[in-house]
Design a protein around this ligand. Structure first.
Ligand SMILES: NC(=O)c1ccc[n+]([C@@H]2O[C@H](COP(=O)([O-])OP(=O)(O)OC[C@H]3O[C@@H](n4cnc5c(N)ncnc54)[C@H](O)[C@@H]3O)[C@@H](O)[C@H]2O)c1
Length: 367
């Protein structure tokens, strides 16, 4: 059965302590009131958008394992490909193909669901340099369509997926949810816009929105545009001159199963409504050190070669990301279960399986 966390202690206190003395009391009261009317029933039916993708496919599997009925939105295409869900069959899984850019379609698919995990997005930063309109259409307009549809359908919880990229290069560490937003790429700007759009639906219409903000997530099935898969794939294909961009930036890496546990914990946490919450491991590691760690685990003696096409414009590169996870801990009690090396070993094992490795193109720069 799904984990349910209805007994968040603060909620009980609000009913006794409520007064209209200040804004924060008002917003606490609003949350308490919403949580009373937004309780979820047994056999909760949820919608996962971006379910065909890396994180969405893992989230779909985890939700099915926990007993949810899952409607999984895969991006419509003429091959009828369901991405990473292609091989999955489950009696509680309904797959729909479509596009979040279409408001009519979004209304159609949200009618019978109680929770929406909205992950569908364009996420590659280099592609956002050359196709920014499509990022606005998919990420900002897509989020608007999902929120509008959720409002009209009376959905009880909408989890909107943000990203640590909205913070830009850290002004202080660890980065908490109050850190300034710095749009250093069109991708980041589109996510800042999407977050604001979703939050406006919470403020204006009391739509029960949670902004979920993962820091860099890695694991089996991730696209080769990300740094960990690109290193593993090159080494696994016998290359010893590893092509990368700048080695100095640091990242806070999260194993995909921890990220999914974070989404599910927040989906049942009443106190998270109207909040922005990081999913982070609370450390930083440089690209240089992650290359060395992966090479050591894979037993490979490698050299680094700078590939200039992988370098970002200087003011666009996010040089430092290290996320605070105190808010997640205090809201849900959740902490990451995977140490970096444990998650990397599981990831390497999946990528080095020849059936999986052949799906990736090691010899090109994957955008
Ligand atoms: N991977 C990370 O490190 C990371 C970190 C922070 C946030 N995120 C966020 O998590 C979410 C999932 O990312 P991911 O890494 O799984 O990426 P992904 O590219 O694997 O998944 C995104 C999915 O969205 C789908 N999609 C794109 N446009 C669509 C449209 N118009 N209609 C319907 N579906 C569409 C794609 O088919 C894709 O499968 C995204 O919102 C991303 O911004 C990812």
């Amino acid at each position: 059965m799904p984990i349910r966390n209805w007994g968040y202690p603060e909620r009980v206190e609000f009913s006794h302590k409520f007064s209209l003395q200040n804004h924060s009391t008002l917003s606490l009261y609003k949350k308490w009131k919403m949580s009373r009317f937004n309780r979820l029933s047994e056999n909760t039916k949820v919608l996962v958008t971006g379910a065909d993708g890396f994180i969405g496919s893992h989230l779909t599997e985890m939700l099915l394992d926990q007993g949810y009925q899952v409607k999984a939105l895969c991006y419509y295409n003429s091959f009828n490909s369901w991405g990473w869900l292609d091989g999955i069959r489950h009696s509680h899984l309904e797959i729909v193909s479509g596009d979040v850019r279409d408001p009519h379609f979004c209304k159609h698919i949200t009618r019978d669901v109680e929770i929406i995990f909205h992950l569908a997005a364009l996420i590659a930063i280099p592609y956002s340099y050359v196709a920014p309109d499509s990022y606005v259409d998919t990420n900002v307009k897509g989020t608007l369509n999902i929120c509008q549809a959720a409002k009209e359908s009376g959905v009880k919880r909408v989890l909107v997926t943000s990203t640590s990229e909205v913070y830009g290069t850290a002004q202080y560490v660890p980065i908490d949810e109050n850190h300034p937003r710095q749009p250093q790429s069109p991708y980041s700007a589109s996510k800042i816009g999407a977050d604001a759009m979703a939050m406006s639906f919470y403020n204006a219409f009391s739509l029960p929105v949670v902004i979920v903000r993962p820091f860099n997530t890695y694991g089996p099935r991730q696209s080769a545009r990300a740094v960990i898969p690109t290193i593993i794939i090159q080494i696994a294909n016998g290359m010893r001159e590893i092509k990368l961009g700048d080695l100095s930036p640091t990242r806070d890496f999260n194993f995909v199963k921890d990220t999914c546990r974070g989404f599910i914990a927040l989906s049942t946490c009443d106190a998270a409504i109207g909040e922005e919450v990081n999913i982070a491991s609370n450390y930083e590691i440089s690209v240089r050190d992650i290359l060395q760690l992966i090479a050591r685990i894979m037993g490979a003696d490698v050299n680094f070669v700078e590939d200039t096409q992988r370098l970002r414009p200087e003011n666009s590169e996010v040089f430092r990301l290290w996320g605070a996870n105190a808010k997640m801990k205090s809201l849900t009690g959740l902490e990451p279960a995977y140490a970096l090396e444990t998650g990397l070993r599981e990831t390497i094992e999946w990528f080095t399986n020849p059936d999986n490795l052949t799906m990736y193109k090691a010899d090109i720069y994957n955008v």
